[in-house]
Design a protein around this ligand. Structure first.
Ligand code: HEM
Length: 450
């Protein structure tokens, strides 16, 4: 397929017969197909998809140009068709001055130190959950999603979210992620009003999420009016931005959960699966936990000292980047890496491809957290690493994701180790985030019985 229409240099345009094969291939594995092509062709691969011209760029220079240097010329418009109805007014999708104002407000509260008062609750809840996993054959992909969604609900929306609302969120958020991923992946778009079963289901989930968001926002408003404040993200948002409409608040609440929960849970799932295959790294992790924490419960001061734990998560996101690729719509005609791109077309870059491209990494499939502890720039090109994106629209929750990650990993590996089920097959599935196709089945064993 790839050899049929080669453009100048190593670039590629996919047309004719090879295009049919390409369509079939991306239908079964979108990210895998792009990775395969991305390692062979540079700087661009051109094809038509969803009625638009796509330019898939495969170099760090192009990534920097699109996400950082000329970011204003690349919009998130094409994500709106799937996510617009309940996230369109939220920070993930707004643009221009509106986004800048939201970003200022959200950034004020989205640092892990803001949530320090919630830390004892989060660690305690995590430890109890982990204790309940002991010696049971479980799907840790499912368990990580439940655990992170519970922690996120309290951190972002308040400690006293009532259990029926938390259960509703626990039910709706994963379905919403799945359905919106399916919508984004369809090669041909059907309008949202068309009564397909998936459209009807999506509408129902959107209605339910909006209803819960409204109830939670209302409760928080009443509490603030009565002089009760706390450090959850919603309270801080309400205090910092008085002129915000109800719709915008709903969309922010849903954005925090949808963008923050599944991503972090999947990062942890992949990390646990990599650790299960690398017992020597687990020993180093346990040695760091012991030297940093000793007998103390995890506190804010420990978080910055967990350097190896942090490197483990970075290396895990290099091999399994949770957001596998980023697409933008071109606002006005532009030139990237010498290639002309037309207004209205889509430019795309892929962490899933670039993070393990042998052009940029030595032994790219080797799980080597030390790369991030003592970076050797003659061996690895870190400009090809952007798991949280780059530039002004870099993930606003990065430090929170890494804080949740450190809490869960230290709690898991302090007194236990995870044993992978010998029948577990490991493969990826690219939904909105990169997930393990067959889950992650195994047992948590206490260290003493190991
Ligand atoms: C391992 C976990 C996470 C990963 C890999 C991740 C990755 C990303 C990436 C790649 C983007 C850019 C998306 C784009 O430009 O289209 C992004 C944006 C964003 N993320 Fe995260 N994220 C993670 C966790 C979180 C958490 C915990 C939150 C907390 C709510 C969060 C909230 C957001 C928001 C609000 C944006 C939009 C920022 C903006 O456009 O200004 N993320 N994230």
């Amino acid at each position: 397929m790839a050899s049929l229409i080669v453009l100048a240099g190593d670039s590629l345009e996919i047309k004719g017969l090879s295009y049919l094969k390409f369509l079939k291939s991306i239908k079964s594995d979108f990210q895998g197909t792009l990775r395969h092509l991305g390692h062979k062709h540079s700087p661009v691969i051109k094809f038509k998809l969803m009625g638009k011209q796509w330019y898939y760029f495969t170099t760090p220079k192009a990534v920097e140009y699109i996400l950082k240097k000329n970011v204003k010329n690349f919009s998130k418009d094409f994500l709106r068709s799937a996510l617009g109805p309940i996230m369109g007014e939220g920070i993930l999708l707004t643009e221009g001055k509106r986004w800048a104002a939201q970003r200022r407000n959200v950034s004020k509260s989205f640092h892990y130190k803001t949530f320090s008062t919630l830390l004892p609750w989060i660690t305690d809840f995590t430890q109890k959950s982990i204790q309940s996993f002991e010696d049971k054959e479980l799907d840790f992909h499912f368990e990580m999603n439940q655990l992170i969604l519970s922690i996120s609900t309290k951190t972002f929306l308040g400690e006293d979210v009532d259990s029926s609302q938390a259960n509703e969120l626990q039910f709706c958020v994963p379905i919403y992620s799945k359905l919106s991923a399916q919508l984004l992946r369809r090669p041909f778009r059907t309008p949202r009003w068309f009564p397909l079963p998936s459209n009807l289901k999506m509408k129902d989930i959107e209605r339910r999420l909006t209803l819960v968001a409204d109830l939670i926002i209302e409760k928080r408003r009443v509490q603030i009016a009565n002089g009760h404040t706390s450090n959850d993200a919603l309270t801080l948002l309400l205090l910092n931005s008085k002129e915000v409409s109800q719709k915008e608040l709903q969309h922010q609440v849903i954005t925090f959960l949808a963008a923050g929960s599944e991503t972090t849970a999947n990062m942890l799932t992949w990390t646990i699966s990599l650790l299960a295959q690398n017992p020597d790294i687990v020993l180093k992790l346990q040695s760091e936990i012991e030297s940093v924490l000793g007998d103390e419960p995890l506190g804010l001061d420990h978080l910055d000292k967990l350097h190896f734990t942090n490197a483990i998560m970075q290396e895990s996101m290099r091999i399994y980047p949770i957001v596998a690729g980023l697409g933008r719509q071109v606002v006005s005609d532009d030139t990237i890496e010498g290639v002309d791109v037309k207004a209205g077309s889509i430019v795309y870059v892929s962490q899933f491809s670039m993070h393990i491209d042998p052009k940029y990494w030595t032994s790219p499939m080797e799980f080597k957290p030390e790369r991030f502890l003592n970076p050797d720039k003659t061996q690895d090109d870190f400009t090809a690493f952007f798991p949280f994106s780059l530039g002004p629209r870099v993930c606003v929750g990065e430090s929170i994701a890494l804080m949740f990650g450190k809490i869960v990993l230290t709690s898991l590996y302090r007194k236990h180790t995870f044993i992978l089920n010998p029948d577990q097959k490991l493969d990826h599935q690219s939904d909105i985030t990169l997930i393990p196709k067959f889950g992650l089945h195994g047992k948590l064993k206490p260290l003493s019985s190991h």
